[in-house]
Design a protein around this ligand. Structure first.
Ligand SMILES: [Zn+2]
Length: 596
């Protein structure tokens, strides 16, 4: 049995959903006010037998326990899987971890978490923490914010933390690997962080992976980070991501700032989609990590540092996201923390005024030059052409080519010729990995839905079928199948699909990709795919009818008014019409095939 199946088996949807909404038993179902839309009378139902839910109101949608939590918490399939596995006491085997050494890593997460608690407690309660407390107060941070971010204080001692953690069974080797201590001469271990304000860095799954630390005196460096460890890679981590994930998904936008305090102040003021690149410019890995949540990014940049080189990097991010990146230009010398504390409205305004990076660069370059002179025209070309050349997406590139031609009043032809002499920087692009590096032949013991899986296997083998209409995500009952289906719509090749999917689904994906399909012609595979789509649609509609029937069966005790009941019955007619359509299409399909 796969881990996913095991998690499903050990999870009761009534119990889980019941933690979010108050459920009332109604016949064989449970009902509640829908948590996804506002309503006065409950049209949200949970079906214990099918382990599913459905909202017959404005949402008119449903699914299983996975889709419920994904929707409610704004987290992805993999995160829900880990959450439910933990809840059910199932350890996800280490083969699902990207690398080996899962147990060692667990110890490192735990050591970091214990250190975070230790620092947090000292900040709140120790006399020595007073300096850190007054610094935070001067920044206007509330106690609630300090708790949410688990801020802490590291005492001015060589071995306070070391001693604390060793008393709790951690070895000095583990503390060294976790980056919490450093090796002084003669193999002596000392605390890495001393007399500093501590910012625990927590990943999207809530695991403490490292620390940022700000000096509270004149010590240098002012900011110190955990070193690279088996669980911490600064270039791919984002500060605040644990608290920002839901907002980023909901707003379909991530705002990236540089500093820890910038993130914290933003969140305290309700801007919850803000994360930080931790003191350096954003990396491609960080952008790649965000891409799982949204394609839309806005970067907050200081007016002084937002030069052409920074913009060129931003265009690189656009190529990763396949979407425009916006820039939020901060007043010279100010960071988001200053701006927000001064006046939230100014920050709000800057967010609204954010411009696509290439437009901003054009304005910036043009404002500094006199484009009536030949000299400055050449300068503008020299600054802007490399940026236009870097744009991968052809329509956008053509758009900016025209814009550049208008700006410097030169024919597009001339600019195109100049462009063809510049080669976009290919160096950054990764060499493509083989698509099926690890071929897992494992056939699922639980072939939970053969039609769903056959349909997916066809789609994965013949991507051109993706353009066929009629197949909807909700037709997939199995959430891992649904997850593969929706993700496959967003990417172009199998390596990208795999990269986007949680590692826990890789095994299932591999089994679909390597499934042996009989060789079939193009017409045959189109026919097979249409057939699958119709069968899934039929199953979906029948399921809906059954669910509705159960709701109506419970009407006696449900307390619905007649008007509400009529409203609930309304879509039933629509469903039976749709089922009729499916039937007609099937008959037509058979006729077509016989006619050949
Ligand atoms: Zn609803």
């Amino acid at each position: 049995m796969s881990v996913i199946d095991e998690v499903k088996q050990r999870t009761d949807i009534v119990e889980v959903v019941g933690q979010y909404v108050s459920l009332t038993k109604a016949g064989r179902t449970f009902r509640a006010l829908c948590p996804f839309h506002s309503e006065k009378h409950p049209s949200f139902f949970v079906y214990p037998e099918q382990q599913s839910w459905h909202c017959f109101g404005a949402c008119n949608t449903g699914g299983d326990v996975f889709s419920f939590i994904m929707k409610k918490e704004g987290i992805d399939f993999g995160d829900v899987l880990h959450l439910l596995a933990q809840r059910a006491g199932i350890t996800i085997p280490s083969r699902f971890e990207p690398e080996a050494g899962g147990e060692e890593k667990q110890r490192l997460y735990q050591a970091n978490e214990a250190a975070a608690l230790y620092f947090h407690n000292l900040l709140l309660n120790s006399p020595a923490g007073e300096k850190a407390r007054s610094y935070l107060a001067s920044r206007g941070l509330s106690p609630k914010t300090i708790t949410n971010f688990q801020l802490g204080f590291s005492p001015n001692s060589w071995e306070a933390l070391k001693q604390y953690l060793m008393d709790r069974g951690y070895t000095d080797r583990e503390l060294l690997t976790a980056g919490l201590v450093i090796e002084a001469e003669a193999g002596e271990m000392r605390d890495r962080f001393r007399n500093r304000l501590m910012f625990p860095i927590v990943d999207a799954r809530g695991r403490t992976i490292g620390f940022g630390a700000r000096a509270l005196d004149d010590s240098l460096p002012k900011y110190l980070n955990s070193p690279q460890t088996p669980i911490f890679d600064k270039s791919s981590s984002l500060y605040g991501i644990n608290l920002a994930t839901a907002a980023i998904r909901q707003q379909d936008l991530a705002v990236i700032v540089e500093g820890y305090i910038d993130v914290i102040t933003a969140h305290q003021n309700g801007f919850n989609n803000v994360v930080a690149s931790m003191g350096t410019s954003v990396t491609e890995k960080q952008v790649g990590a965000l891409k799982r949540l949204t394609k839309n990014m806005a970067l907050a940049l200081d007016a002084d540092t937002a030069g052409e080189e920074a913009m060129l990097r931003c265009v690189g991010y656009e190529n990763i996201l396949d979407e425009e990146v916006k820039v939020i230009i901060l007043p010279s010398g100010k960071d988001p923390d200053d701006v927000i504390r001064e006046d939230v409205k100014i920050w709000q305004h800057l967010l609204e005024e954010a411009l696509p990076v290439v437009d901003y660069t054009f304005n910036m370059v043009a404002s500094k030059l006199d484009l009536t002179t030949a000299k400055d025209k050449t300068l503008a070309m020299g600054k802007l052409l490399p940026i236009v050349a870097e744009i991968k997406e052809t329509v956008r590139q053509a758009h900016y080519l025209q814009k550049l031609a208008r700006l410097v009043k030169v024919s597009e032809r001339t600019i195109e010729a100049a462009l063809s002499r510049i080669k976009p920087s290919q160096g950054r692009r990764k060499s493509e990995k083989p698509s099926r590096e690890s071929v897992v032949q494992a056939v699922h013991p639980l072939m939970s839905s053969p039609v769903e899986e056959y349909c997916l296997a066809l789609l994965l083998r013949y991507p051109e079928l993706k353009s066929s209409e009629g197949l909807l995500p909700e037709y997939f009952e199995n959430s891992e199948n649904r997850e593969i289906f929706t993700t496959w719509q967003q990417v172009n090749d199998l390596p990208s699909l795999k990269e986007k999917l949680d590692t826990a689904i890789h095994e299932h994906l591999d089994s679909l990709v390597t499934r042996s399909l009989p060789p079939i012609s193009q017409t045959e595979r189109e026919y097979a795919f249409t057939d699958c789509t119709l069968r899934l649609r039929e199953k979906f509609l029948q399921g809906l009818t059954a669910k509705r029937a159960e709701v109506l069966a419970s009407e006696a005790e449900s307390g619905f008014t007649n008007a509400e009941l009529a409203k609930l019955q309304e879509p039933a007619k629509k469903i039976s019409t749709q089922l009729g359509e499916v039937f007609a299409q099937k008959v037509k399909g058979v006729r077509d095939e016989l006619g050949k």
